[in-house]
Design a protein around this ligand. Structure first.
Ligand SMILES: [Zn+2]
Length: 221
């Protein structure tokens, strides 16, 4: 997964620029689209930078979040894409939306539109958002209001989410050596035809899996 952007954190003047991985590994399984607040959309590159800097200031100093502006990438109505936290944990989406025991802060990529309640996304913003979603390789695209009681990211983005189909057929298929096991899992309903065969499994999940099969106790004997 590589998401391209026009401006780095240094470029737009983030208080604390940081490299990917500063907050541990990030294995995102979904995108959450956000807006930045209750105001209008930023107009032009200079205003997009000013909005990002003021929200960064708010998250860093007022909220006390040492990672600063708590989204991963930002898109303006200019169509420009800004790296925010990049591939660090984002902090912008609370709770455990999909009930998998992993807080959304640790597994959701937060894409910020640099606008708010009183603004409208531009065609360029839709195109850039679509591009970074496709670059993310994720097909579970959600709006913040699906995760908690909020108006964010507004009806336009919810329409955008509903109208796009994020993965083009044919769906990715498992390698031939994996196919017999994959088909058994399909028959059991453990996965479906849209499950990505190359999705990562965490080490903690792997060892729980081995343990529940009784293998770890067996090996310890
Ligand atoms: Zn939000």
């Amino acid at each position: 997964m590589a998401i391209s952007y026009d401006y780095s954190q240094h470029d737009w003047g983030a208080i604390r620029p940081m490299a990917d991985g500063t907050y541990g590994t990030m294995n995102p399984d979904k995108v959450v689209i956000h807006w930045g607040g209750g105001g209008p959309a930023a107009e032009g590159h200079a205003e997009e930078v000013a909005f990002l800097r003021s929200w960064d200031h708010f998250h860093y100093y007022t909220k006390g979040w040492d990672g600063g502006l708590a989204y991963n990438y930002g898109v303006g109505n200019t169509g420009l894409v800004y790296r925010l936290r990049g591939m660090n944990q984002s902090g912008a989406t609370s709770g455990d939306f999909d009930g998998d025991g992993i807080p959304e802060n640790k597994e959701a990529l937060a894409f910020l539109w640099i606008g708010g309640l009183k603004g409208k996304p531009s065609e360029a913003a839709y195109q850039s958002m679509e591009r970074i979603i496709r670059e993310s390789g994720l097909d579970n695209i959600t709006g913040h209001l699906e995760h908690k009681a909020t108006a964010c990211p507004g009806p336009e983005w919810m329409h955008f989410i509903a109208e796009e189909s994020w993965v083009e057929p044919p769906w990715p298929q498992p390698a031939s050596w994996a196919l017999p096991a994959w088909n058994k899992a399909l028959a059991l309903g453990s996965i479906n035809e849209r499950t990505f065969p190359t999705d990562l499994m965490e080490k903690q999940a792997f060892f729980v899996f081995l343990d529940r099969l009784g293998l770890l106790d067996l090996l310890a004997q």
